[in-house]
Design a protein around this ligand. Structure first.
Ligand SMILES: [Zn+2]
Length: 298
């Protein structure tokens, strides 16, 4: 049990006592492994997906919500879709779709071409989901998100993301409101200057305390809460049943005639859901008319 606790993926929140700045650090190992094994991702695609996964964890923690935060990038490039979700239960899932051969050293611009990144917050308490959109720009996922914050938020935000085969990690700094604007900028610039030295190796291999000490030992960093994160998929047999109902009776019956059953796999977790002819008939039968099926009303 103790080993599990040590290895659990987590996010560490922190704050500077000598500056109006808050921060978050995240490192995902098991979650990242579980997302990655669902498909045979080319390394360059996996790298983008890992960065998005860390970013979703960092962003979700900044939002008070009961629901989920979704990052979705659609593009006309070889990577047509990148999608990750982080729920208020601290679960993550994600996937990418791509076409053709992908070079290992392909850049984000080459992979995404022209497209948009949408940030959606689905809060059960809100009538409408919140959505912010930024066009694909910059050289990294982190830069693209920073541009989103620059466009939409008053508070300055910096993000660093890194991914390798084993780990996806990230660091985020965000300004908090402060009275004295001059002091505010001075603090922000000084702490960013220190944070700028962070390497991918440090993001992926140091624990939170070691990294924060290495970067900010001259500052007054206070650790706040830690959140445990894990992979989980929100798919269910009921949701797949609803999808089959949307297909309609005729199409479902055509699939049954052709293949003997309707089988759908969840794209996030690869769970296969099978509906045999009896199951499918059950989906389209009206329970009220089950006694006199010959007289079914439509
Ligand atoms: Zn699933």
């Amino acid at each position: 049990m103790q080993e599990d606790a040590i290895q659990a993926d987590h996010l560490q929140r922190f704050i500077f006592d000598n500056a109006a700045i808050r921060g978050e650090w995240v490192q995902l190992k098991q979650t990242w492994q579980t997302v990655k094994v669902q498909r045979e991702y080319p390394p360059a695609v996996a790298s983008l997906l890992g960065q998005m996964l860390s970013a979703a964890a960092l962003l979700a923690e900044t939002v008070k919500m009961s629901g989920r935060l979704v990052l979705q990038c659609r593009s006309n490039g070889p990577v047509s879709l990148l999608m990750v979700e982080c729920t208020s239960d601290h679960t993550l899932r994600g996937l990418a779709n791509w076409n053709g051969e992908i070079a290992d050293d392909a850049t984000m611009q080459e992979l995404l071409g022209e497209g948009n990144l949408a940030i959606t917050i689905e809060n059960v308490e809100a009538k409408q989901p919140y959505q912010g959109i930024v066009s694909v720009q910059g050289e990294t996922i982190a830069e693209m998100l920073e541009m989103y914050f620059a466009q939409s938020e008053q508070l300055k935000t910096r993000i660093w993301l890194a991914t390798d085969e084993h780990t996806a990690g990230g660091l985020m700094l965000q300004q908090l409101p402060e009275q004295d604007p001059e002091q505010h900028d001075e603090n922000w610039n000084r702490i960013n200057f220190l944070a700028e030295t962070v390497t991918n190796d440090e993001l992926l291999n140091l624990d939170a305390v070691s990294l924060l000490y290495r970067l900010f030992h001259e500052e007054m960093v206070r650790l706040l809460s830690t959140t445990v994160l894990e992979f989980a998929c929100t798919c269910s047999r009921q949701r797949v049943a609803d999808t089959i109902k949307l297909l309609g009776r005729q199409e479902a019956e055509e699939i049954i005639a052709e293949r003997g059953m309707v089988e759908l796999a969840c794209e996030f977790c690869n769970t296969h859901y099978q509906f045999d002819p009896v199951d499918v008939a059950g989906l389209f039968s009206d329970p009220l008319n089950i006694q006199n099926d010959s007289d079914t009303l439509h």
